[in-house]
Design a protein around this ligand. Structure first.
Ligand SMILES: Nc1nc2c(ncn2[C@@H]2O[C@H](COP(=O)(O)OP(=O)(O)OP(=O)(O)O)[C@@H](O)[C@H]2O)c(=O)[nH]1
Ligand SMILES: [Mg+2]
Length: 309
């Protein structure tokens, strides 16, 4: 490829817009960052330049009220205009919460529309699954939306709100949800930087992501970060966090490591090996970026997880 890949990130519905807003604060290295919603009040409370109100005649700007059909119809009403904005990208990262109307209903329509007009576009969708306490009805909605999203994505990241609660449950809820945003932000920032710059070595491309999607569409993302002198606890931290996921089916990983110049190559190799051997992975992609800070940060995407809603 003689040019750098063009990347668009969209947040659909309230949850998607919240996460996209926190990504904007990290100054993500992408060509487009857009908030899409059916709810005017919510849409204009996000400090983003690129905002799109879908389905004015379906929801009158009042939100889909948990109705997936309304969310779907809203996207269909605005699809042509929206797709014209999204069709020229090599990678589309769509982020949404499932179990309600806009994220669950509009996202699959948008993904399908983009895939139809630009079959080469790599669609990576990040889905936030509802808490168990939000009830069986919303879990059913989430399940249906998830299978439509799977059909229209190359990879689907699963973020479970219940898992966030088990790792960060001691925090006040506002911060616990913000933690989900944080680890997504850390991973997406590293991923987009590795795809669009020469900062990470060896270089990773969109085709490496595509190769992971051969192993199964569902994946998880996470990160751990420690001071250089505490490097040896990274494998332990990874294992601790992975306990909460169903990782038995995990088959591949894309690991992005950051560290200072003093970090020896043998340590970089050791960390990637620890991750790969714990999970008996069959496909491992990794890349390293040198940073000035005295921190070692490992963010990774594990492909081939089993979905459980
Ligand atoms: N982690 C996280 N989860 C959220 C957040 N906001 C909502 N959720 C979850 O996302 C799911 C969908 O909620 P929303 O995004 O508010 O719904 P919507 O897509 O706007 O749909 P409508 O309100 O019906 O138009 C919910 O079941 C919540 O569990 C957030 O900021 N962070
Ligand atoms: Mg909403």
């Amino acid at each position: 490829m003689l040019r750098k890949p063009k990347i668009a990130v969209i947040g659909v519905g309230n949850c998607g817009c919240n996460i996209v807003t926190s990504l904007a604060e990290t100054r993500l290295n992408v060509d487009k960052l857009m908030a899409i919603n059916t709810d005017t009040l919510s849409l204009f409370s996000f400090p983003l330049h690129d905002r799109f109100l879908v389905g004015k005649t379906v929801t009158f700007g009042l939100g889909a009220g948990g109705d997936v059909v309304k969310g779907r119809e809203a996207a269909i009403e605005s699809l042509d205009e929206l797709i014209n904005d999204l069709v020229y990208f090599d990678v589309l990262i769509a982020i949404c919460g499932l179990g309600k109307g806009t994220g669950g209903g509009a996202t699959p329509v948008i993904l399908k529309g983009v895939g139809k007009r630009n079959p080469n576009c790599f669609r990576l969708t990040v889905t936030v699954l509802p808490f168990r306490f939000e009830g069986g009805y919303r879990a059913d909605l989430a399940r249906t939306s998830l299978s439509e999203i799977e059909e229209n994505s190359e990879l689907v990241v699963l973020v479970k709100n219940d898992d966030i609660a088990s790792v960060y449950g001691v925090l006040p809820s506002r911060y616990a949800l913000a933690c989900a945003d944080t680890y997504l932000s850390v991973f997406l920032k590293a991923l987009t930087l590795s795809l669009t710059t020469g900062d990470y070595i060896p270089r990773l491309g969109v085709e490496d992501l595509r190769s992971l999607s051969d192993l199964g569409k569902f994946c998880l993302v996470d990160y751990v970060s420690v001071k250089l002198e505490n490097l040896n606890i990274i494998p332990e931290l990874i294992l601790h966090k992975l306990e909460i996921y169903d990782v038995n089916s995990l088959k591949g990983v894309l690991a992005l490591l950051e560290g200072p110049a003093e970090l020896p190559y043998s340590n970089v190799k050791g960390l990637i090996e620890a991750l790969a051997s714990r999970l008996s992975l069959e496909r491992v992609y990794w890349s390293f970026k040198q940073v000035k800070a005295n921190l070692v940060k490992l963010s990774y995407l594990g492909a081939g997880v089993k979905p459980s809603v």
